[in-house]
Design a protein. Structure first.
Length: 461
């Protein structure tokens, strides 16, 4: 997904004694040595709009910087606050942006840094303490863009902990190359400039013609669409004047969407968090954009489909040129698995399966049946009862785990697990994130639902 490749497994980063991916100086003179160890700090993407500058649950129409921190908190570490700062390639602060989990007093500068662990938000807004953590800890960090998220900028974290102040290595801004959203844009094409179906904020005729487009989507799994955005661009996809949205915060007129006779977007919703809808399988949609003078022959447009798993975008389409329409008839080319905590029903590429044992949470980690997950991911699964050893092999990747042991191996290299593989009711269960990402998949959590996918499609740039 990114230049530091999201598909690099977290397991590989656990082998590192310090952060090396795309990093420059560590600036050790500003860090206090602690018993904890930074395993990885990396800028992932700028693909989703989940937070605002003051709230972790309110989008603001601007995509957020998305970063990941992996650390060993040892037997226990209190984290008071985390601050994200900008730097140059040598690690020197540049003051191009500052994001915080806590602002100590009135006048303290900085916008919100939202911290998420296993899909759950730790701080909905600024708060004085994040909590106490043990063992291997992974945080996803979101920072609403205030013009500090752009190429050429580096970032680092300062963490105030019970053991002192920790500073991470720097990580560079990274552009999206692919997205893990399990949806494919099959067609995005212009149709006409004669329709009148939507106004600037409400679906319905208003006496002004619309730009009329067609959008065909294929959803590999039941997927919540958060927003659909139509943008005017140049031929390379760079933004030009003109933007139409469904229901998110930010500038722009209504993007009217209909599926057959059903109107999907009757108007902007008062709640900017309310999604467009949940979809599954294939669908054809008519898009209507009230013409404010920027819809015309020769102008290019892209369509963006934002889901809870990521955002996909078409190539630019030149209005009035039939040869320019975007059509994708290739196979999906990715696999998706959906499980639900404490439920034995699962889906693999829309096909329903019944599990021998349901996924469950153990000490904050999601445990899943290894044979089902491995075979669904296309891996060969072997069991050695004498050694209590589970082996998964997929392509050039080999993952080995021993029951009740914290040591695992990825292609022969030792990796430490915070939760070992276990046996329950005669079936082996393992931490889902370790196995899926060890096999180069991506895991998403959404209110008890777990999506594992290797979807990689064209993403927002």
């Amino acid at each position: 997904m990114i230049s530091n490749k999201l598909k690099l497994a977290i397991t590989c980063s656990l082998l590192m004694s310090s952060m090396t991916m795309g990093s420059g100086a560590f600036a050790a003179d500003k860090a206090i040595e602690t018993g904890s160890q930074i395993k990885e700090f990396v800028y992932l993407d700028k693909e989703l709009d989940r937070i605002s500058q003051v709230s972790a649950s309110t989008p603001d129409g601007t995509r957020d910087g998305h970063l990941r921190l992996l650390m060993d908190a040892g037997e226990g570490l209190d984290i008071q606050s985390i601050t994200l700062r900008t730097a140059d390639s040598k690690g020197n602060e540049t003051s191009q942006g500052i994001w915080k989990t806590w602002k100590s007093e009135a006048g303290d500068i900085g916008t919100l840094l939202a911290v998420v662990q296993d899909g759950k938000s730790i701080n909905e807004t600024f708060q004085a303490k994040l909590g106490t953590f043990q063992g291997i800890v992974e945080f996803e960090l979101y920072a609403s863009d205030n013009n500090g998220m752009k190429p050429g900028v580096y970032y680092y974290l300062e963490m105030v902990t019970s053991s002192g102040i920790m500073r991470t290595p720097i990580t560079p801004y990274a552009e999206n190359e692919t997205s893990y959203a399990p949806v494919a844009i099959r067609e995005f094409s212009w149709l006409d400039l004669t329709s009148d179906h939507t106004g600037i904020a409400v679906f319905g005729k208003d006496g002004t013609t619309d730009g009329h487009f067609r959008l065909k989507l294929n959803f590999a799994q039941k997927t919540e669409v958060v927003a659909v955005i139509l943008r005017a661009t140049d031929e390379k996809g760079n933004e030009a004047p003109g933007i139409w949205r469904t229901n998110r915060a930010g500038v722009g007129w209504l993007l009217g969407i209909a599926k057959g006779d059903t109107v999907i977007t009757p108007g902007f919703k008062n709640d900017v968090k309310e999604p467009v809808g949940t979809f599954q399988g294939s669908g054809v949609f008519d898009l209507y954009a009230n013409n404010n003078g920027s819809i015309k022959n020769g102008q290019h447009y892209v369509i963006e489909v934002e889901t809870t798993y990521g955002t996909v975008i078409s190539k630019p389409v030149k209005f009035g040129d039939p040869a320019s329409n975007y059509v994708n008839v290739n196979p999906l080319g990715f696999k998706s698995i959906v499980l639900t905590l404490d439920a034995i029903t699962a889906f693999v590429d829309e096909e329903q399966h019944t599990l021998d044992v349901a996924p469950f949470t153990l000490e904050g980690r999601t445990m899943v049946p290894i044979r089902f997950i491995g075979e669904a991911l296309g891996a060969k699964v072997d069991w050695n009862g004498d050694k209590n050893l589970v082996t998964l092999t997929k392509g050039d990747t080999k993952v080995e785990l021993v029951i009740d042991q914290s040591q695992a191996y990825v292609n022969g290299k030792q990796v430490m697990l915070d939760t070992p593989a276990i046996i329950r009711n005669g079936f082996t269960l393992v931490p889902v994130r370790f196995v899926s990402e060890g096999l180069k998949m991506k895991v998403f959590y959404d209110e008890g639902e777990i999506l594992i996918t290797d979807a990689k499609v064209l993403a927002v740039k």
